[in-house]
Design a protein around this ligand. Structure first.
Ligand SMILES: [Ca+2]
Ligand SMILES: [Ca+2]
Length: 332
């Protein structure tokens, strides 16, 4: 549950699992120094509230899935990659990738230059990949690379080393980006979903660093999901309150630690190797050991769960989904 189940009471934002962001990753493309890989995971295949499987329909056609990128350290986006979905004439789900910059990137909406359009969405076991203008793009079901003993966390941090996500699936949007389009320097990245169901664009979920919106936002979770990183100083008190509660830390120390977790941005320098929390995040980084240690004030250091072994060595890097959702492979 990195950000899995980000809505109130572990429900889904706007009651729609397809809008629920889970994890964000950023790392250099293996074997090619001038490109980076950005991964947005969304839509857990299994819910907690309501419990049980979510829809097999991967993405909402009424939403925008967005990577926000700050290139000059002011916590306001200067570049946005916007992904939207629609139905083709044949009724298949297809994706469009747009790139917005400057003031347009900071705003809400679906504007931006089209980089890729009509990209097939992968609903089966095969990864369908689309390339254009130095970019490569994937959207569809994958094996969830996130690993954590969720039941142990819910049982007062009594970890048994059972990986709740061992056979879980998630929906992934993976883009291979030329570093020149990211500015070739340290950037700040976050992700958000924007819901257009009600006739205007409303941010449904957002986040960057693992698990913060689930474990630390307390009664301000709704405000947090609606806010942007530039507003995040206002959440230091509620983060500190949560840290006092889970780790028994003194108020002053809790405020100091909360200040290191906000704004909720993943910093990434594409010129350097990725390793969370120092630079970006790889699919295999054990982010939860660090998070557990932070929220328990060092009392618990690991959930005894390690990375998955089904990661791929090439694009889109995430493993083949566990569940067969379409007959696509048989037909291929
Ligand atoms: Ca900026
Ligand atoms: Ca672990």
């Amino acid at each position: 549950m990195s950000h899995h189940y980000s809505g109130p009471d572990y429900g889904f934002p706007h009651g729609d699992a397809r809008l629920d962001l889970t994890d964000l990753y950023a790392f250099p493309k293996p074997g090619e120094d001038d490109k980076s890989i950005l991964v947005m995971n969304v839509h857990p295949a299994v819910g907690v509230n309501p419990a049980g499987p979510t829809t097999d329909d991967p993405f909402s056609t009424e939403a925008i899935y967005e990577f926000k990128i700050d290139t000059n350290g002011d916590t306001v986006a200067d570049i946005a990659y916007r992904i939207s979905f629609s139905s083709s004439a044949e009724g298949a789900l297809i994706a469009t990738l747009r790139r917005a910059q400057d003031e347009q990137a900071a705003r809400i909406g679906d504007s931006g230059d089209i980089i890729i359009k009509g990209a097939a969405v992968s609903t089966g076991l095969e990864a369908r990949i689309t390339g254009a203008r130095g970019y490569r793009f994937f959207a569809g079901w994958r094996s969830d690379p996130f690993f954590f003993d969720t039941q142990g966390a819910l049982n007062d941090m009594q970890f048994t080393g059972e990986d709740f996500f061992a056979v879980a699936d998630v929906c992934s949007i993976v883009i291979e980006v030329p570093n020149s389009d990211l500015g070739n320097k340290r950037i700040g990245v976050w992700q958000r979903t924007v819901d257009g169901k009600g006739g205007k664009w409303v941010q449904a979920d957002r986040g960057a660093r693992p698990s913060q919106s689930v474990f630390l936002t307390g009664e301000r979770k709704g405000d947090y999901l609606a806010a942007e990183p530039v507003d995040d100083a206002s959440f230091v008190p509620v983060f500190a309150h949560s840290l006092e509660h889970t780790g028994g830390s003194a108020r002053e120390e809790a405020i100091r630690v909360a200040g290191t977790l906000l704004p909720d941005i993943l910093f990434y320098d594409p010129r350097l190797p990725a390793a969370y929390p120092d630079n970006g995040r790889k699919l295999s980084d054990d982010v939860m050991d660090g998070f557990i240690s932070t929220i328990t004030n060092g009392k618990v250091k690991s959930d005894n769960v390690g990375p998955h072994t089904d990661l791929l060595t090439s694009f889109p890097y995430l493993g083949v989904p566990h569940k067969v959702r379409s007959a696509e492979r048989a037909a291929a």
